[in-house]
Design a protein around this ligand. Sequence first.
Ligand code: PLP
Length: 388
Amino acid sequence: MDDEFLLLNPGPVPVSEAVREAMAEPMVSHRSAAFESVYERAQGGLDEVFTRSMLSGRSTASDGTSLILNGTATMGMEMAVANLVDPESELVALVNGKFGRRFARIADRYCSVTRVEADWGDSFDLDAVADAIGHDTDVVTMVHNETSTGLLNPVSAVGDLAREADALFVVDGVTSIGGDVFCIDDWNVDVAITDSQKALAAPPGVSAMYVTDRAAEVAHGESAPFYSDLEWHLRKAADHQTPFTSAVPLFRALAVAVEEITEEGLPARIRRHRRQAEAFRRGFAAMGLEPFPEARGVTVRSNTVTATALPDSVKEAPTEFFDAVSERNVSISGGQAHLGGEIFRVSNMGRLSSEEVLRGVRTVGEALGDVAVDADVEAGIAAVEAEL
Ligand code: PLP
């Protein structure tokens, strides 16, 4: 067994030593100049990540603000919706997985919601999306990289439809931003949300949001949730602070993590993520495993989260397979909700090495061997090596 623990879950992901060390520094007040400079560093790095996540490295966003939130991305999802709608508003939510569904559930509490649904793992029918978005639509929500299914959704096409209807477009880029292409302006995104513990490779507990000036104009403080008042957060962000006590060690860790991203450079980082996801896909395929989902229609397979169908025999007793993976000191994820016992998921978000991708594929192959599935581990390893 390899001694070192390998975390391959789709978040939290491994963090660097420098990121870990940043959390151990002596405490300072969240109203001090020392903290403001941490916020400013994190915000500067996030500006790059939110607006330059393209293979060309050019900027795709003009006017907006990066915010850091004292809570995970679900807080950001709720904050975006709650600040942009009122009870009379019409929101269209695209749902083809657990996180798209979460957006719809959040919105149910604040306004009238129309769901455009596809089976988890399936592609959206863009004609159905176009029919649902009309001139009475105020906000459209969607998830870019659906972590629950390992699927990349067509944000660009839906952004065009939202803009034609003059609706605000709120996008969960939690498992894409920092690891894959994400274009605020080109895709007509008004609010983008991400989590610290995913492709940003920071510890969990805080999240980030990019708010365009167009969205900021609509946010109205009076009806906003007190803790998640967007106007208030934007005002304080101008002074590099949060409205309430900041999670100081987590902000420090985030500042270092985003600096590591800008050091690597976004085009290089995105290319590495794509290569590693392809290596996972090819490695598992070479061992005889079927992808989940099959890429169909306007969706493609994710470059950050690889979902794979469990062989039928494993579906009958999936725990034995997952135990066999854990025994090798590797952590992977199963499926969520009704996909539990149907699939397994691994992540290459953050800062995985080629050796770690290789170990992930080898571990899955060996664990399958333990539960009497005849997986060709050597073929899996050869496929990964050829890709990396
Ligand atoms: N959206 C997506 C696509 C995610 O993968 C996650 C976390 O897994 C979230 C949102 C937010 O979850 P949380 O608030 O628990 O960090």
